[in-house]
Design a protein. Structure first.
Length: 134
């Protein structure tokens, strides 16, 4: 788990590498400190903690002996994609599907795909920052 101080430290290191100009660097560090005071870094930390908790749940599910707990998330994604494909095919044959169902299905797919791929990306970023902090 990364604390706010660690996030500030990482942000400072990134600023040092990206901005060679001392004036631009000072301005960027001030903005980073302002974000910390406004609580935006705390929100970022809360989001990262939430992603870590989700990842831990997924690891626990994968370590389980139950076939269903290992496969419920991929099966849900596949079912939603199949439903979306069915709606798209129905639309090609002029079968009208209520717009609310299509929008709801699209939002659910975006949520699940974001959790799968976005969550893993965030997990990798946290792992890299932990390795760099050590």
């Amino acid at each position: 788990m990364i604390g706010i101080d660690a996030l500030l430290n990482i942000g400072g290191k990134i600023i040092d590498r990206v901005l060679p100009d001392p004036e631009a660097k000072a301005k960027a560090q001030l903005e980073l400190a302002t974000l910390a005071q406004n609580g935006e870094l705390a929100q970022l930390q809360a989001d990262m903690n939430e992603q870590n908790n989700i990842s831990e749940r997924w690891k626990a599910d994968l370590g389980s002996d139950s076939w269903l707990s290992k496969n419920v998330r991929p099966m849900t994604l596949i079912a939603l994609l199949v439903a979306y494909f069915i709606f798209a095919t129905a639309s090609a044959f002029d079968i009208i599907v209520k717009q609310a169902y299509v929008e709801l299905l699209g939002q659910m797919i975006m949520l699940i795909v974001s959790a799968y791929f976005g969550g893993r990306t965030l997990e990798k970023i946290v792992e890299m920052s932990n390795k760099n902090a050590k």
